[in-house]
Every structure is written in C-alpha cells, then in structure tokens.
Design a protein around this ligand. Sequence first.
Ligand SMILES: Cc1cc2nc3c(=O)[nH]c(=O)nc-3n(C[C@H](O)[C@H](O)[C@H](O)COP(=O)(O)OP(=O)(O)OC[C@H]3O[C@@H](n4cnc5c(N)ncnc54)[C@H](O)[C@@H]3O)c2cc1C
Length: 425
Amino acid sequence: MTRRVVVVGAGAAGLIAAGRAAELGAEVLLLEKMEEAGKKILVSGKSRCNVTNTAPLETFLSYFGRNGLFLRNAFHRFFREELLDLLERFGVETQAERGGRIFPTSGNAQDVRDALLRYAEQHGATVRYLTEVRKVVTRADRVKGVSLWNGELVPADAVILATGGVSWPATGSTGDGYVIAQELGHTLQPLHPGLVPLTVVERATAKALQGLSLRNVQCTFLTRDTRERERPLRIPYPMPDTGEMLFTHFGVSGPLILTASIAVVKAIRDGKVVILSIDLKPGMGEREVESRLQREFEEHPHQQVSTLLRGWVPSTLADVLARLSGIEEERHVHRIRAEERTTIAALIKDFRWTISGSLPLAAGMVTGGGVALDEVDPVKFESKKVSGLYLVGEVLDLAADTGGFNLQAAFSTGYLAGEDASGSG
Ligand SMILES: Cc1cc2nc3c(=O)[nH]c(=O)nc-3n(C[C@H](O)[C@H](O)[C@H](O)COP(=O)(O)OP(=O)(O)OC[C@H]3O[C@@H](n4cnc5c(N)ncnc54)[C@H](O)[C@@H]3O)c2cc1C
C-alpha cells in the first residue's frame, strides 16, 4: 500500500525529504507556512547558497563539535558527492571556492531552491503554502497525521518534522518544531544562538570603531577564571589562523568572530569570563613591532602619534589606540616615553575586549540546541519515542560553523528520513 508522508516545512531538509520520499513512490504532501519554499536557502551564503564543503569527512564532522558523531552514518550514505549529483541532475552546476566552500556556479541561491522544488514536484509531491502545522497527531505513540492551525486534520502514515530552528524568523523558522516535538515527549537541549555577533563590555570603544572591518588579523579567545588565570578557549573545530573581523556599535562580528561564536556563547552560558585578544599584526612578533615603532618614532619625531599609527592601522583605529595608550592625540612622537611605546606595541599585538554576550537567538545564523540526539535514530532519523515521526535539519541539536556544513546536515538528514518514511528505503 502506498504510504502517505507529510513533510512539515519546505526548507532545505523538508524539500529534499519530500523529493526522496516521492521518488521512492510515497504519496507526499509538503506543508509550508510561508508563501514560498526555502526562504532561508534564498538568503543563505549571502544569497549565493554555500551548499556544502570539500572538507574530508572527519574534518567535516568536527565542525559540529561532539554532536558531529551523530551524523557519521548519514554522511556515509548521503554526503557531498550524492548531493552535488542530485543538484546537477536538476540543472545546478557547482564550484568550490576559498575555504572549500561549494556554491552553485551561477552564484544564485534561487537555483538551488528551485532545483529542490523540482525534485519534489517532478516526483509527484504536492506542496501547500500558507499552511501552518500546529501539532503532530498520534495514537499509542504512533503517528496518525498532523493538525493545522485552521483545525484541519491531515492523515499520514509518517510525518517528517523539518521546521528549522529559531534564527532569522522572517524566513519562517520560528521554533514550531521544538514545541511540537516537546509535546510528543521529546527533550529539548537548551536553545542558544550560533554564528552570532558578540557584544562587548567596552561598548563606547566598539562604537567609536563601528563599521571598521579588519583583514588579516588573528583573533584568540581566552577564558579567565576566578583567580585571574587565563587559558585559550577550546574551539572544537579548525579556526583559520588569520582572517577578517568587523566592529559594530555593540561589539564584534565578521567571519572570525562568527566562527568562534558557538564556543564563546557556550563558555559564557557555562559562567566563564571570555576575553577576545586581537593581534593586529600577526606576521610580526611583539619585539619586532616595538623596534619598528621605535625606529619610526626616531625618523618622525614631530609627528603626532595617531598620525604615525595611521601607517600601521586604519585611521579610526589609530586614534583609538593612541587614546587607549593614554596619549593625547596632539602629543608629538618625540615626547612619548619608552613605556608608552611598549603599551602601544602591546595593544597592536594584544588588543583586548571582554565579551559580555551575544545578539539574541533570532540574529544567529543557526540555532544551537534542539531535539536531543539520543532520542532520534541516527540511521533513519525516526523518533525513538513516536513511531512514524522523523526529525531532520536544524530542529535537531546540531549546529556547525559557516562553510556549507549546516546545509549539508539538513540535506543528508532530510534525504535519508524521506527514504525511510517512504517505506521502501
Ligand atoms: C543568513 C543565513 C545564511 C546562511 N548561510 C548558510 C550557508 O551558506 N551554508 C550553510 O550550510 N548554512 C547556511 N545557513 C544555515 C542554513 O541555512 C540552515 O541551517 C538550514 O537552512 C536549515 O535547514 P532546515 O530545513 O532545517 O530549516 P529551514 O531552512 O529554516 O526550513 C524550515 C521551514 O519550515 C517552515 N515551517 C516552520 N514551522 C512551520 C509550521 N509550523 N508549519 C509549516 N511550515 C513550517 C519554515 O517556514 C521553513 O520554510 C545560513 C543561515 C542564515 C540565517
């Protein structure tokens, strides 16, 4: 008998789940509360959609931290090559770029969304938009269907919950799946923002630097204990040695900061004090910085210190560094004492900020936390609590760095759940 599969949410995970279940012969109904499918796909990768990454499997898994283990089996069965083949079959060529990030060659996220929609519809899946699921209906711990906010009951033999996280709610992901899963007895690991800008204690300084983007800097995060001892914050995946960061009116953002943010937010939640140390000249040692400063001071004794520092860093930062060194802007270089020069060199190599927190969940690119992984079968993605219920994508307690890792997780879990839910996997 043909299985009736209802997929809740037409995002990355839901579209591919619907496509796979329909391809294998199930009668598939995809319910989406927004007016179109895949709104988050459309904004992903700055609207270019970084679908996956060339990183080897083990490195790929490490980007999810400890929870990456949960994905190992799935990635052995449906990973990058299978995803790229599928996209190609539906007309999307892809190419790898810096950092192994894979994008559609067209540079247009809409091509990915449209290809996945075609995959589902060409195999006979029906999509209903502006249709918001309220509950999954069960009897004796078995799925019977879903109920909508308008009261309608939609019967189903299997339900795939692909409602996403709570970040960027304007794309439709408002955390409905967490509520639905909890109502069915699932445990929710506490939600927290991932890939999110960080706020700092030194707000006035950040505001003075607002909009300034720094390239080729090194960002190190340290935790400080009650005895003022500092140690590097452990970030469970590879961080680039140098890269780009940005100052905002509330703190810091940009690729290096977002990459570290999952670990930073966790450390702050664990009650740790987190310090950001920015090395503005990672190619030079502190002594080298100091001796070059000394040479330049000798060569230009009548220059103001902030003017001289403009040869080192952008002008707004030069003014701030001079001020933080306790030197009045108009003071000439020949009047600067050796210990003041040492302070400037130390600031250039170790420009410190105390992290006070992060922007809220909605501002994160991904949601950390979610449905507890030990309650979901890592092969089929079926709930261990409710038979016929599948949990996929960001609704699960999975969050990784930027680079295409999150979408690959959504695609792999969605595809395999679709396969099992169809009854012929
Ligand atoms: C700005 C931004 C850029 C990003 N860029 C990248 C990138 O380049 N590469 C990468 O790997 N990751 C990226 N991510 C993360 C990635 O987009 C997500 O991890 C991924 O889209 C999650 O897929 P999903 O299918 O689980 O959820 P979503 O894509 O969020 O889809 C969930 C769908 O469910 C629908 N829905 C929710 N509740 C209901 C309901 N009750 N009834 C019916 N429908 C419902 C929503 O409307 C939505 O369409 C980015 C995220 C953001 C915010």
